[in-house]
Design a protein. Sequence first.
Length: 355
Amino acid sequence: MRAVASTVALALLVLGATAAVTAGRQSAATATRKVSLRTTGAGWPACDPGVTQRSGYLDINAAEDKHYFYWMFEAKTNPSTAPVILWMTGGPGCSSSLAILAENGPCHINEETGDLYSNPYSWNNVANVIYIDQPAGVGFSYGDKSGYDHNETQVGNDMYAFMQAFYKAYPQYASNPLFVYGESYGGHYAPAVAHRIWQGNNEGVQPKLPLKGLSVGNGMTQPEIQLQWYGPLSYQWCKTVKGEPCITEAQYQTQMAAVPQCVELIKACNNKTLETAVCSTAMNNCLNSQFGPFEQSGLNVYDIRIPCKVPGLCYNFTQATAFMNRQDVQTSLGVASQNITWQSCNMQVNQMFGN
């Protein structure tokens, strides 16, 4: 079997089981930091010519030395009153620019030709959307690797610092409702960030952020529970929806027989407070036993109606990668001159959340 644990979107489903819990224990006290927002670019005008775009960096200058890249699109309708959305793609370790070019952004990229085309369902039709590459090391974000985030407490603190700096730089949005969104591993990110904002607001930190809600799409929140249902989904649900199961009955029986061991290993990982060796064992066991059968079907784990085009993430990001690494695009975006090669997902960052 191909090494399932190598795929970014799946690699930390087990180790993420307890990580989000830290958000509930995080303290408002953080190291002394000098935080500033740099708007260094104007996005890529051709992506959405009719709206104001901003792009640049949040700089956190402390021992960790982190620089977060963001790309914002104002709403096409009433931007002065439209909600503000902070969007975080999951992984952990995947760039939020993927969402711009392939999900809810204003322009998508043709997988064959590399041409951009308008997305009529873009979220910035009705909202001001900020896409941020985080943690540091993801997309165009960079910093001292020794200071990279490896848990949700750090993510919450950094994204809170980002939104504080954003509202100071652009006070015109101070009355617009703020929503925190995350997908996939964002099932950990979004609650941690929203909690940190709520905490700061309760402590009277200024500016007070107009947080109104959070949302998670296709989120991984509690693997100990969620992984138990991959078998029924792959066999029984597929049979109901597609008219035939996505895996064989023999695979389904093997999958279900492996659930108790998978769950016990996750519990051991939790009880050992994310001890690397214990959690690696849990991750490998659960990914292979619960994801392996569906992966062998050749179907897309994110959309069972279509085949998995590229092993791992299932989608072809070749053209997106080429676009984001064009010099003229990076110049327009105001990307830092750090010899950064954009990649859809950074496995080093991904693994740091597991270690």
